[in-house]
Design a protein. Structure first.
Lengths: 124, 342
């Protein structure tokens, strides 16, 4: 059964880029355009095996989304990767404190994306 | 999709004084602003036009990036379907190759049998020839029996003549002579029948041997041709299979390269989002500057050129600081690696 990945980003190009790359690699992909919709996805199911989220989004940003996702039952240990244009250490520390598993700076090459996804999703 | 605030709308919200003055045509305000009103209006109009064009450019690059991604995905899906069919064809070819190998093994077994067949046939022919020789010998014996019966017949005639000369004393002997003559006649008839049967058996054996030899030669020739045809077919299949496998390997390699290339293209298209965010930060900085200029030249307060200069300097510093935090600026000291697991 294919592993499921939830992509949370307000950019159509980012969502489509990630969705295509991940689907071609054999993953099932869910999408949400901001943190609020991302949380709704988590509660509605099916449960994703990995979450990839942007930081700067309307309604609810990535840091807040990560914190609330971690507080959602069943998602305490689900890997969450941040994918953003930001690269400063202070923001990384914020994300790490909120519960992020890793940090990627946009743009990320397809091969690099799949490599890190497989790293945090053993058996994928 | 990011809900972007329009350029003109942002400026309108930041500069209510200028909008109101322009709309009401009240150009005779107090202070220094009056002298710069037309220049600021022109500048704002230019900014609005530039902002509109930037928004259009972002929208166009986004639409283009989305279209490219859909096309790349279609190419990739087509390639994946082709690869799947090729792999199925490869599996089918493997099964066919197994069948061919099985059939070739069976033919090789048959070929070994056929190689031994001439010797076996010769052995059978030798056996039949030996039987024919024995039959010929028996024919000689039948002739001997026939000769004996002939002599017995002559002997019985002579005995009957001598019995007649002996008169009444030879009556009994005549009876014996008659019986011997009958026996000789019967023996002769039996010998003739045996000789006839043996003759027909010999003829049948001879005819069979000659026909069998001719048929065997034809059969062996056909078998040899069939074996050669199978050998040629096997070699031809081997060449065809090798060529097919090489082509298949090439196509699978190209399919893999296409998938990898497509993945890279999809990754590169993320630059559209990076550029869009860069444009948005630029627009935000310009809007802040216009707001400061608008406040200064609105005529609502006394001119404060030093404060305006410091304000615009702060806006520029903020903009540059924000830029260093995005896009992995190598000059920034507080940035980490592009990809990092915590």
């Amino acid at each position: 059964m294919a592993k499921t990945i939830l992509v949370v980003d307000d950019s159509g190009t980012m969502v489509l880029s990630l969705k295509n790359n991940l689907e071609i690699a054999g993953f099932a992909v869910q999408t949400a355009s901001d943190g609020v919709k991302g949380l709704e996805r988590l509660k509605a199911g099916p449960k994703p095996d990995l979450i990839i989220t942007d930081i700067n989004m309307p309604n609810m940003g990535g840091i807040e989304f990560i914190g609330k996702a971690r507080a959602t039952p069943g998602f305490r240990f689900t890997p969450i990767l941040v994918l953003t244009t930001e690269s400063q250490q202070a923001r990384r520390d914020e994300a790490k404190k909120a519960g992020a598993t890793g940090w990627m700076v946009k743009p990320v090459a397809g091969a690099d994306l799949l490599k890190i996804v497989k790293q945090v999703l053993p058996g994928a | 999709m990011r809900a972007r605030q329009g350029w003109a709308a942002r400026l309108g919200a930041m500069l209510p004084g200028r909008r109101a003055r322009r709309g009401g045509g009240a150009a005779a305000g107090a202070g220094a602003g009056n002298r710069y009103g037309a220049a600021i209006d022109a500048s704002l109009a230019l900014d609005q036009e530039i902002g509109r064009k930037l928004d259009e450019a972002v929208g166009r690059t986004e639409a283009s990036a989305l279209a490219i991604m859909q096309q790349v995905r279609a190419l990739c899906d087509g390639s994946a379907a082709l690869t799947e069919r090729l792999q199925q064809a490869n599996a089918d070819a493997g099964a066919f190759e197994d069948d061919v190998a099985h059939n070739v093994a069976a033919l090789a077994h048959m070929e070994r049998f056929l190689e031994c067949l001439p010797a076996r046939l010769q052995h059978d022919l030798d056996c039949i020839s030996a039987i024919a020789g024995e039959v010929k010998s028996l024919s000689g014996l039948a002739e001997n029996v026939e000769a004996i019966s002939m002599q017995s017949h002559l002997l019985s005639i002579n005995a009957a003549i001598e019995a007649s000369r002996a008169g009444s004393a030879g009556v009994a002997f005549k009876v014996v002579a008659d019986e011997v003559r009958v026996l000789a006649a019967n023996s002769n008839a039996a010998a003739k029948r045996i000789g006839g049967s043996l003759g027909r058996i010999r003829a049948t054996l001879t005819e069979g041997l000659e026909g069998n030899a001719a048929r065997s030669a034809d059969d062996l020739s056909d078998i040899a041709q069939a074996t050669q045809a199978v050998t040629r077919m096997q070699a031809s299949y081997g060449r065809c299979s090798g060529s097919y496998r090489a082509g298949l390997a090439d196509m699978l390699e190209h399919g893999g390269a296409l998938a990898a290339g497509s993945s890279d293209v999809l990754g590169q298209l993320q630059y559209q989002d990076v550029v869009r965010q860069c444009v948005e930060r630029l627009q935000h900085a310009i809007a802040r500057r216009n707001d400061a200029l608008g406040q200064e030249f609105s005529g609502a307060a006394a001119p404060q050129p030093e404060l305006l200069a410091r304000l615009i300097g702060d806006i520029a510093a903020d903009y540059l600081a924000t830029e260093t935090l995005h896009g992995g600026d190598a000059a920034a000291h507080d940035t980490g690696p592009a990809i990092e697991l915590f």
